[in-house]
Ligand binder design. Structure first.
Ligand code: PMP
Length: 441
């Protein structure tokens, strides 16, 4: 793709907090503490000699234990740089170079960086709050992740929802909104960014085809929008779409299914990508990582310095010791297993759905992620049913309106989100029976 609208100056994308925030002077000194010839009497580092921990041993389900001690333990227990532990960010940079076609991390033409956050949720909250002000507009998929709506809801934004279908956000609708902005949204500021969940979209379960990504990228380039690519299900793909295969994409035998990301096509440096270890190593580690243009990562870092300082060093060290032991190839082998695990969960769940819910709901088989998005037939709204009657029947689902970026306008939704990630086979069957009996009443 030709670079036709490279971003040189990001200041127009910054929100008012980001413009006013300065890097913390104390945390700025942190980088010098890694030089052993420097004596630091600055900062407020507690002395690890006073900490009671001697060693962290982690037993893996298969393989040798991981033992964290000595300097690695001291570094894990100590405050660290806001971007994350340097060895960990180095590992993550190599992963991003391999999976998203990024140049070397010190590349001058395309300066980029990685920042570790407490889950990608923190990354999203930091970036949104750094870029957006009350009255700003954004383009958002409809439906979209309710956790993002919890961030955006109170910010007083104008959210232009673009419908998704089985191949993700529909480009013609996006183009129409951008082209006719002033007519469709009179008096509203032109959007600064689009927010997308391109893989196993939460809640719809759909993945965007590479062809759509290219079209949407070009539109964002033409209209100068940032792209926030929230991709926690990137490593949870079950199959490649026929459309992507037709584009010549292939999955090498024995390798995980990984698509082509927005980040990998980012010739203009307008993509901020959010990855997460939550679905593939552990959600309790609370490790996400944000990859994007150096300047935008700096803005996120300033916000992080003013909130959590950095993601847990212990979590980062546990993840790193495992990832170093595996290497990227070993990590990919783990991903192959995780993909097979959830692919099987999906098959079991959809089997029960076919048996018990046929004729009551419509859905598209999700190509990634953990969710099935049911359109309940013969109803306009699922809210009452899901929030009261379903609970009486002892089945929990999420009503579609929870994922609507404009619930105050749309008011109702005939959809329901179900997750196939955690219930046992028997529980899945029983849940489908209970849901069916609810719909038959
Ligand atoms: N984005 C999306 C689309 C999600 O579904 C989730 C998790 N439910 C997150 C972000 C947050 O994930 P985490 O903070 O655990 O990385």
């Amino acid at each position: 793709m030709e670079a036709n609208n490279s971003i040189k100056d990001y200041s127009k994308f910054y929100g008012s907090y980001a413009k006013l925030r300065k890097p913390s002077p104390i945390r700025e000194l942190f980088k010098y503490t890694v030089d052993p010839s420097i004596i630091s009497l600055g900062g407020g580092l507690p002395n690890p000699n006073a900490f009671p921990f001697k060693k962290i041993t982690v037993e893996l389900k298969d393989g040798e234990p991981l033992e964290i001690q000595g300097d690695d333990l001291s570094n894990a227990l100590q405050y660290t740089q806001t971007y994350g532990l340097p060895k960990f960010t180095a590992w993550l940079k190599n992963l991003q170079i391999r999976n998203h076609k990024l140049p070397a991390a010190d590349n001058k033409e395309r300066p980029w960086n990685v920042g570790v956050t407490s889950g990608s949720q923190e990354g999203l909250a930091l970036v949104f709050s750094s870029l957006l002000d009350q009255g700003d507009s954004i383009i958002i998929e409809s439906p979209t992740y309710s956790g993002t709506l919890s961030i955006l809801g109170p910010m007083g934004l104008n959210m232009a929802g673009i419908q998704v279908d089985k191949n993700g956000m529909i480009p013609s609708l996006l183009e129409n909104v951008l082209e006719n902005w002033d007519t469709l949204y009179p008096g509203k500021r032109f959007p600064k960014l689009i927010y997308t969940i391109p893989t196993g979209q939460n809640p719809s379960g759909c993945s965007m085809t590479v062809e759509r990504k290219r079209t949407i990228y070009k539109l964002c380039s033409k209209y100068d929008l940032l792209i926030l690519e929230d991709d926690p299900y990137f490593y949870l793909q079950f199959e490649m779409s026929e459309e992507d295969k037709a584009e010549g994409l292939v999955v090498e035998p024995g390798q995980p299914i990984l698509g082509v990301s927005f980040l990998s096509m980012d010739t203009d440096q307008r993509v901020i990508r959010f990855d997460s270890l939550s679905k593939i190593l552990s959600s309790g580690l609370r490790i996400g990582f944000v990859t994007g243009p150096f300047k935008l990562l700096e803005v996120m870092q300033n916000a992080q310095q003013a909130s959590t300082l950095h993601a847990s060093g212990v979590s980062q060290t546990i993840a790193l010791s495992l990832l170093q032991k595996w290497g990227i190839d070993g990590f990919h082998q783990h991903i192959v297993k995780v993909q097979a695990f959830y692919r099987e969960r999906r098959a079991v769940f959809l089997g029960h759905v076919e048996t018990h819910l046929k004729g009551l709901v419509e859905y598209v088989s999700p190509s990634a992620g953990m969710f099935v998005w049911f359109r309940v037939l013969n109803t306009d709204d699922t809210y009452q049913m899901i929030t009261s009657k379903a609970i009486e029947k002892k089945v929990v689902l999420v009503p579609g309106i929870a994922f609507d970026p404009n619930p105050e306008v749309n008011l109702v939704s005939p959809y329901v989100r179900a997750s196939f990630s955690i219930a046992t086979d028997e529980q899945m069957e029983e849940a489908c029976k209970r849901f069916a009996s609810l719909l038959q009443n």
